[in-house]
Design a protein around this ligand. Structure first.
Ligand code: MN
Length: 304
């Protein structure tokens, strides 16, 4: 199913084998030199949805070729097994991402993969290692400045959010429609030389029910983290990158969501001193292109 990368039946057989020979198989998009990368202590990404058209592989490849870290958490929904079962879709760029992740593990990055609901077929491998990637159901991360964070995908809280289920159904159909629209809008913008633009990011901030749902979700997750006695939580699942602070029993709890690579294209990073930051990769790319343009035309830089 995954060519020479991951072989196995993701329906009933539920097996994964045959990892690539990283030297013999080279990615279709050549990897940029690993020397020039920005290095962080930790990187969190989730909701990549490999195996769907929604996955923004181009931006993720750019991110992986630009950033390195001591530890990397893959916070679920990396491969979309649900969609793959319905309709097989696996372009070369998706292999390129798997190649880059395995290569990164081989180079010494500690990679912890916490499967989500769309890649729950990997949950049965909890506690095992594949190609240097550790599979876990959840993890605890200690930051450089001594905070303890619980890391999990976040679909665990869907049951708690049952009253909002109608929204989830409506949301799914609407979401796929909007993602289609998002691709068309961005193909047009790209042709015009305009930077990437997120349609649903705007919509999420405009639609009252979605805002309420997300706000409630964040609170539920943060409260659960507080009950576990940690300082905060990192999750994904709702495709909305966010940092919020909550107070539970007089103790502050931090909520982080690392976003997605379907339309927001965000990653969460921890700097060497423990400071954390949400990166918006389309903005980083736009800034880099702007700088390159100014570098090429000194007159423009001077005027700006
Ligand atoms: Mn999910």
């Amino acid at each position: 199913m995954f060519g020479s990368y991951l072989e196995g039946d993701f329906g009933n057989g539920r097996q994964v084998s045959a990892f690539p020979d990283l030297e013999r198989h080279q990615p279709s998009v050549p990897e940029r030199s690993p020397e020039k990368r920005r290095t962080y202590r930790t990187v969190w990404i989730s909701d990549v949805h490999l195996g769907t058209k929604g996955c923004n592989a181009e931006l993720l490849i750019d991110f992986l070729d630009s950033v390195d870290s001591e530890t990397m958490y893959l916070v679920g929904d990396i491969i979309d097994g649900w969609r793959l079962k319905k309709r097989f879709y696996w372009p070369d760029a998706h292999n390129d991402i798997v190649w880059r992740l395995l290569k990164r593990a081989k180079r010494g990055t500690r990679i912890v993969y916490i499967p989500g609901n769309h890649d729950e077929m990997f949950r049965q491998f909890t506690g095992m290692h594949f190609g240097g990637i550790e599979i876990r159901r959840a993890a605890f991360h200690d930051t450089a400045d001594g905070r303890r964070l619980m890391v999990l995908h976040g679909d665990e809280f869907d049951a708690v959010m049952l009253s909002h289920r109608w929204l989830a159904f409506l949301g799914d159909a609407l979401y796929h429609f909007m993602m289609g629209l998002n691709r068309w809008v961005n193909a047009a913008r790209k042709a015009l030389g305009l930077p990437y633009w997120s349609l649903s990011k705007m919509a999420k901030h405009k639609v009252k029910n979605a805002v309420e749902f997300i706000g409630k979700y964040e609170e539920v997750v943060a409260r659960a983290a507080a009950e576990r006695g940690v300082d905060g939580v990192v999750c994904g699942h709702i495709h909305t990158a966010e940092h919020r602070m909550f107070v539970q029993d007089g103790k502050s709890i931090e909520y982080w969501n690392d976003g997605d690579w379907v339309e927001g294209c965000n990653a969460l990073v921890e700097h060497a001193d423990g400071r954390m930051e949400i990166l918006n990769w389309p903005e980083v790319v736009a800034a880099r292109k702007e700088a390159e343009l100014q570098g090429a035309e000194p007159g423009v830089a001077a005027a700006a």
